[in-house]
Design a protein around this ligand. Structure first.
Ligand SMILES: *Cc1c(COP(=O)(O)O)cnc(C)c1O
Length: 425
């Protein structure tokens, strides 16, 4: 469910026509729907309400501080992976006690900052990191809580680049080693190692791997408790599916139905770290057709957005539904599908202006006919879109617009050439 819909053939973000935004802010532009963000967050909070649950939105999915601010106001905690994300969370007024801090390469400066900020849990990725945290916490005499990130060795059946919980992964420690880590460091008297964290990967489309992983971790927690360790929380990470195609991802309730019964009565606080399932379809990337051209048997639609603005298609071979923002009635899409069928559609490649063969958004995709100057929407661009964008080819970072009902606010202005080279002056 999202709030980007066609009305009489024209695309609206909530109650604002995207054409209006394009004419006032220019293209390309990221457009966010506040209502979509909030409805996803609230659905997750509600689905797990039976348990003592903290939803920690994963900042790296979409990091604009204005978005973090209204999510924090709606009760969200945050999953961070760097000092920069901690800074963003604090600028947004986050409750630092509801922050979980993951990442395999935390520096001493980042670690000390996070201790001083009072983050909820350090999610520990290796024994070396834990030793370092103990050393730093001892020096600064801070009370620090940590969760050990464990690899449950479960395959989320997603792209290899978004698989993070198998044995052969740089994240966390093997489930077999976890007990040894607790035996060695579990009662160090400085860092309170009192939770277990998993994150099996991103964009899985089924509940099964979560159930399997949670069951494995619960067995581990049971054994740890028998060995006298106090385990107060389980963090089952993120990676919940998002509807890149309509109605293909399990709902929040669907996941909760698998997970909640496993945790009931277990005296465990639950932490969730959803990113994409909150952010993905809360945004579109609006772009304009620059040129049409033929190449061999191919037709290309060259748009003004490029892989520097949205890298998911070349990076993960990710699918984004793409459609003109204004269409005749017969072309109004009823849902987001991999490949549209029907008369009058043309098979095209939608590509950007970057000097790389990998600069594409879609290949051999059926689209209604478009012409130079038309607006085209790349849907479900909210997760790992703006946050992964770069200045490659010395292109300016895009503006971000937040729609709330019939109003919109520019929450990041378009970067200028002067902004872009400011650090080189
Ligand atoms: C990236 C990440 C998430 C969020 O993943 P999504 O697929 O966006 O839900 C959660 N936890 C950790 C540790 C991550 O690295």
């Amino acid at each position: 469910m999202d709030y980007f819909n066609y009305r009489s053939g024209k695309l609206y973000a909530e109650d604002v026509s995207v054409e209006k935004i394009a004419s006032e802010v220019g293209t390309p532009v990221y457009i966010y729907s506040r209502a979509t963000f909030l409805s996803h967050l609230r659905k997750i909070q509600k689905a797990y309400a039976e348990l003592d649950t903290t939803v920690c939105y994963s900042i790296k999915a979409c990091s604009n501080i204005h978005i973090l601010k209204f999510l924090a106001e709606a009760g969200s905690g945050f999953d961070i992976v760097s000092g920069g994300e901690l800074f963003r969370a604090r600028q947004a007024g986050a409750d630092t006690g509801k922050i979980v801090y993951a990442g395999v390469g935390k520096t001493d400066v980042e670690t000390i900052d996070a201790m001083n900020a009072g983050v909820g849990y350090f999610n520990i990725e290796s024994e070396a990191e834990l030793e370092n945290l103990i050393r730093l916490a001892k020096k600064s005499k801070k009370r620090v809580k940590a969760a050990l990130r464990v690899n449950p060795d479960v395959d989320p059946q997603t792209h290899t680049y978004t698989t993070t919980g198998k044995k052969e992964s740089k994240f966390g420690v093997d489930i077999d080693r976890a007990k040894k880590v607790f035996a060695k460091y579990g009662k160090n008297g400085i860092v309170d190692l009192s939770a277990v964290h998993i994150h099996i990967g991103s964009a899985g489309k089924t509940v099964g791997p979560y159930v399997e992983a949670t069951k494995k971790i619960l067995i581990l927690i049971e054994q740890l408790r028998q060995d006298g360790f106090k385990i107060e929380a389980i963090d089952i990470g993120g990676g919940y599916g998002a509807d890149y195609e309509s109605n293909t991802a399990p709902s929040a309730t669907g996941y909760a139905k698998g997970i909640v019964p496993l945790l009931k009565g277990k005296q465990l606080k639950l932490i969730l770290e959803p990113g994409a399932s909150i952010a993905a379809n809360s945004s579109i990337l609006l772009t304009r057709v620059l040129f049409l051209k033929k190449g061999g048997r191919k037709k290309f639609v060259i748009v003004d957005a490029g892989m520097n603005d949205l890298i998911r298609p070349p990076l993960y071979n990710a699918f984004h539904f793409i459609w003109p923002s204004s269409v005749e009635k017969r072309f109004v899409p009823l849902k987001k599908v991999k490949q549209a069928a029907g008369e009058g559609l043309e098979k095209v490649d939608i590509v950007g202006p970057i000097c790389e063969g990998s600069d594409f958004f879609a290949k051999d995709r059926n689209l209604p006919p478009v012409k130079r100057g038309d607006l085209v929407t790349i849907f479900t661009a909210g997760a790992y879109g703006a946050s992964m964008s770069s200045n490659y080819n010395s292109r300016c970072l895009l503006p971000e617009v937040l729609v709330d009902g019939d109003r919109y606010t520019l929450i990041r202005r378009r970067q200028t050439y002067e902004d872009m080279i400011a650090l080189e002056r």
